[in-house]
Design a protein. Structure first.
Length: 302
């Protein structure tokens, strides 16, 4: 039950703490290493590809080594360190808090809501009306459920079939891949081609798993079937699934101006709709933790 205990520790810390301070956050440390890659290279796509293959692997090896060393002292110590790794590679409370904050602020200070949206969505919000600010926040909640929670939890569940150390290393690897894409995966950055393509491949299953979790959490089992008609408008091969499922489940329109529209016949989210989105993502996140714990228990029970 050690791997399940690691999942429980990660959940407890997320509920109690949210996230470590940036100065103490290993993901922030990794981000500084990735920042070194963001420069002009003679062959930027090759440099980005080498970085995408190498840096996450280094992160995974470091995590595996630390957890193995702790396990050598005591299995419980190893599971505890694995739980700490899972905690810093996942995020739910901070995401929900940020989405809730932007949503509530649209009612009393639209300018402040636009400014706070920058922490959630990488788009120009300077002229967005309140409904589109809330749409961006809801989209971010759905997309980051997949990127920031389901993907590392799923990686941990798969790796933990071998050991907590492998599970922690897998979660760290996925988080590192996603971090590189978040920092470099833009059309304006040729060095980001490799990180973006690798992230597309890594997120294929987690994005669709997140869509299913959201449909279950919302009590809307047919939502994913509706989404299949809309996702073609989203440039990402993955993010449209959780975003579209949330749009279908809540019957709201989610849109990024001049880029995509999901559930075009519905209205933009009201404050009440955005609150419902936060509740749905919270339930889906809880289901993700529960399913991960169940999956890692199986090999220990057999």
């Amino acid at each position: 039950m050690l791997s399940a205990g690691a999942v429980g520790l990660a959940l407890a810390l997320d509920v109690a703490v949210g996230e470590p301070p940036t100065t103490l956050h290993p993901v922030a440390w990794f981000g500084r290493a990735v920042g070194w890659l963001d420069r002009d290279w003679p062959v930027p796509q090759l440099a980005g590809l080498v970085g995408a293959l190498g840096l996450p692997l280094i992160a995974a090896v470091v995590v595996w080594t630390i957890v193995v060393a702790a396990t050598a002292l005591a299995p419980l110590a190893g599971a505890t360190v694995a739980g700490l790794v899972l905690f810093v590679t996942t995020s739910l409370r901070r995401l929900l808090s940020a989405v809730r904050d932007v949503t509530e602020t649209t009612e009393r200070d639209l300018g402040a809501a636009r400014e706070r949206l920058r922490a959630l969505a990488g788009r120009d919000a300077s002229a967005l009306p309140a409904g589109q600010v809330r749409s961006a926040a809801v989209e971010s909640a759905a997309e980051n459920l997949a990127d920031g929670l389901v993907a590392p939890l799923l990686a941990f569940a798969v790796g933990a079939q071998l050991s907590p150390a492998v599970g922690a290393a897998a979660a760290a690897w996925v988080k590192a891949v996603n971090t590189m894409d978040s920092m470099l995966g833009y059309r304006s950055k040729p060095v980001g081609w490799g990180p973006a393509r690798l992230d597309d491949a890594v997120m294929w299953i987690p994005a669709r798993a997140s869509a299913l979790l959201l449909a279950v959490a919302a009590g809307a089992p047919t939502a994913t079937r509706r989404v299949s008609r809309w996702v073609g408008s989203v440039p990402s091969p993955n993010s449209g699934w959780p975003m579209g499922t949330l749009a279908a489940s809540l019957d709201v329109r989610l849109e990024k101006p001049d880029v995509y529209v999901l559930n075009a016949d519905a209205h933009l989210p009201t404050v009440a709709d955005a609150r419902a989105a936060v509740r749905t993502v919270a339930v889906a996140g809880g289901l993700a933790y529960a399913l991960t714990a169940a999956l890692v228990v199986l090999p220990e029970v057999r």
